[in-house]
Design a protein around this ligand. Structure first.
Ligand code: PLP
Length: 501
């Protein structure tokens, strides 16, 4: 090489190093040096400081200038090459890649879109998600025996020799031990007729509802739904574009139409304790429902979400236990018995539905979380489950008493008709009260007391004027299980101070 070429090469090398003087690495930062370097070189490309074809300093020079190890620069260049920002040409010289401008544009676009449209549903940071009085359907997570749970979890992990950590597509409907233990519990305590392989473990009962809607319903199929009723179920039927017909609820539970003439594909009911009113379905209506379904090939979805919480009497047998023709699909959840974030529920499927349910479930999530299922199987097997239910039942019975005593002292115009159990008490209001307005006032006073009408699908769809529709009475739904008697009393004082409209 002649001296002029050497001089030009040196000048060129200096110029290259000078351009990179603007890089600054913060050694106090929590971001690694490599990550800082990567971001800053991308920024130089994005801002136009480096253009396609520009050559970068050698790894040795840049490492020396920045006083970092050469590996830091080597890894940074490798990463930017793999992302398409840089390319390596002859004799391992590094250049800004031809694709870099397109990447810059894409990133700029992405950045612009992100700043414009953050959906309103994105949750804000922080904040407590603990329920405030009197949010319905909330178990008291303080009562849950976490130490015992963790013990059983550790034991399950140890004894499984890490087999719980693999994919396990064979367990798409749940871990076999859990399905077996659950089937035993459901047979003994709820009279459910089933074999263990009919029990499908789902991500909360909500997933069971969704999957059932998908396998049983075509767009336009008629579904009968309690009104007021569980809006989670309404959501599932709507997702299948079903034609939802709302059934009124009276003192004997949901009013059952003659199924044989109705062409209904599916009826959703909460017979043990109607949600949210709390009324139990009378025996004559239970029989009418299962017999009607048998004659008309209608499916019944029985949602048995909180029947264990019956105070002073044994839980009622399930509707499924009356069903001899296999039309009832029994669903339940551990959200209330254990804790909601567990997201474990189940469906007991009539034999002809097992395979279709399994096929769809495998498309949705392959299988549910194995470690929690193994822990729950042990929780049932060791009896810890039963002790926990007994403890909750005692605490919740006392809380229900505290609530009723506190509220009845004040002569409010609320009528509590169904008080034999459950997690909520519905106070019915006289017809000239506005439950939406009362609920909004309570919300401003720091309470969470939903209006009974807010559980009405007809009101939500504006098919009924909430003041004239005879389907849904007005009232307020008070959950009491997650709050200590003292908190309940203070909550009731706020109710009294705020007043009803
Ligand atoms: C009637 C009814 N079914 C089911 C559930 C529970 O659903 P998941 O198992 O999805 O938590 C609730 C919860 O509030 C409910 O009120």
């Amino acid at each position: 090489m002649n001296p002029e070429t050497i001089d030009a090469e040196v000048a060129d090398r200096r110029a290259r190093r000078r351009r990179f003087k603007l890089l600054f690495l913060d050694r106090e930062s929590r971001m690694s040096l490599q990550a800082q370097l990567t971001t800053q070189i991308k920024e130089m490309i994005r801002s136009g400081h480096l253009a396609s074809g520009d050559r970068l300093p050698s790894t040795r020079d840049l490492a020396a200038d920045l006083r970092v190890s050469r590996n830091t620069v080597v890894y940074t260049y490798d990463r930017l090459i793999s992302e398409g920002y840089l390319q390596s040409r002859m004799r391992s010289r590094i250049y800004v890649a031809d694709t870099a401008p397109a990447l810059q544009r894409a990133e700029r676009e992405r950045g612009r879109r992100q700043t414009i449209r953050v959906p309103a549903s994105v949750p804000a940071a922080g904040g407590s998600n603990a329920p405030v009085p009197f949010r319905p359907c909330q178990p008291d997570v303080q009562l849950f025996p976490l130490d015992m749970w963790n013990l059983l979890r550790n034991r399950a992990l140890r004894t499984s020799h890490r087999s719980l950590l693999h994919y396990n597509s064979a367990a798409v409907l749940g871990l076999r031990e859990l399905r077996e233990n659950l089937a035993t519990y459901l047979r003994e305590s709820r009279g459910v007729r089933c074999e263990w392989w009919q029990v499908a473990i789902t991500t909360g009962s909500q997933q069971a509802l969704y999957l059932l809607a998908r396998i049983l319903l075509q767009a336009g199929d008629r579904v009968y739904m309690e009104d007021p009723g569980y809006q989670g179920a309404v959501g599932a039927w709507r997702a299948a574009n079903a034609d939802i017909h709302y059934l009124p609820v009276d003192a004997e539970g949901v009013v059952i139409p003659a199924l044989a003439d109705s062409a209904a594909k599916l009826v959703y009911v909460t017979p043990s304790r109607q949600f949210p009113t709390g009324v139990s379905l009378s025996l004559s209506r239970r029989l009418a429902l299962v017999n009607g379904a048998a004659d008309s090939a209608t499916w019944i979805v029985e949602d048995d979400y909180d029947s264990e919480f019956r105070y002073g009497a044994a839980p009622l047998p399930s509707l499924q236990s009356f069903d001899v023709s296999g039309r009832v699909i029994y669903i339940g959840t551990f959200s209330k018995l254990l804790f909601p974030a567990l997201r474990l529920g189940f469906a007991v499927l009539p034999v002809p539905l097992v395979e279709r349910f399994q096929e769809l479930k495998s498309v949705v999530d392959d299988h549910g979380p194995m470690i929690d299922q193994a822990t729950l199987a042990a929780f049932l097997d060791t009896g810890a489950f039963y002790s926990h239910i007994r403890r909750c039942r005692r605490a919740y019975a006392e809380r229900q008493r505290s609530f009723l005593e506190a509220i009845q002292k004040h002569g409010l115009p609320l009528e509590f008709r169904y008080t034999d159990g459950g997690m909520n008490l519905t106070g019915f209001l006289p017809a000239d009260y506005d439950d939406f307005e009362s609920s909004a006032r309570f919300r401003r006073a720091g309470l969470d007391v939903p209006a009974l009408s807010s559980y009405s699908g007809r009101v939500a769809e504006r098919r009924a004027d909430r003041f004239s529709g005879n389907h849904c009475e007005r009232g307020l739904v008070f959950g009491f299980t997650a709050f200590t008697p003292d908190r309940i009393r203070r909550g009731v004082e706020t109710v009294v101070r705020t007043g009803l409209r």
